[in-house]
Write a protein that binds this ligand. Structure first.
Ligand code: GRF
Length: 188
């Protein structure tokens, strides 16, 4: 069995799709949901699905490697970032080489980097009158949004679209592709 930890701090709609997709999977299990926000709805979703959770404290996350002990206890093989905004510290990147993936709601290398998250991304795409946007699923390194790209999918942007309709179109792609890409990476 390959065990996944999902890091999420927002609504967790991607985390939910991943959990649903992998439910009952013969060789992959979502073993842990990690969050840095005690009020994140994703923690409720984890409870409903009997998935263990871990709440990160910033200082401990960056100043110690305690998390690696927890991950060893849960036998974590793979990490999926689904709406997690803190930079992943070097010790974690090094412990999971090419085993941490992130989903970014734009076509990287455009609209990536620090501060480019959530509606900031879609507002920038809209302001620049882009004709398309999309998703990038990529490996995670020590820099925001710079790891090697694994997969991209795009959607057209119409003249009448605003940042919020762009966000909705992009989220459809996220839900459609992130769970299956994670699965395929784990079946290699
Ligand atoms: C998604 O847009 C994802 O691309 C980004 O954070 C958002 C998380 O949304 N990294 P949700 O919490 O999964 O609904």
């Amino acid at each position: 069995m390959k065990n996944i930890a999902i890091f999420a701090s927002g609504t967790g709609s991607n985390a939910t799709k991943i959990v649903e997709h992998l439910e009952g999977h013969p060789s992959i299990k979502v073993a842990l949901i990690v969050s840095n926000k005690s009020t994140a709805p994703v923690l409720q979703m984890a409870a409903t699905n009997n998935i263990a959770t871990l709440l990160l404290k910033r200082q401990e996350f960056y100043d110690t490697e305690n998390l690696l002990k927890d991950f060893a206890a849960y036998k974590i093989d793979f990490i999926a970032l689904a709406g997690f905004l803190w930079l992943i510290p070097p010790y974690l990147v090094q412990a999971f080489p090419n085993k941490i993936v992130n989903i970014h709601p734009a076509l990287l290398p455009k609209y990536g980097g620090k501060g480019m998250y959530g509606m900031n991304v879609h507002k920038a795409v809209h302001a620049n009158k882009e004709k398309e946007s999309g998703i990038t699923i990529h490996f995670v390194n020590e820099h925001y949004d710079e790891g090697n790209s694994i997969f991209q999918a795009s959607c057209p942007i119409d003249l009448q679209d605003d940042p919020s309709t762009i966000q909705k179109k992009v989220l459809v792609l996220e839900h459609q592709y992130f769970p299956t890409i994670i699965e395929s990476l784990l079946l290699i």
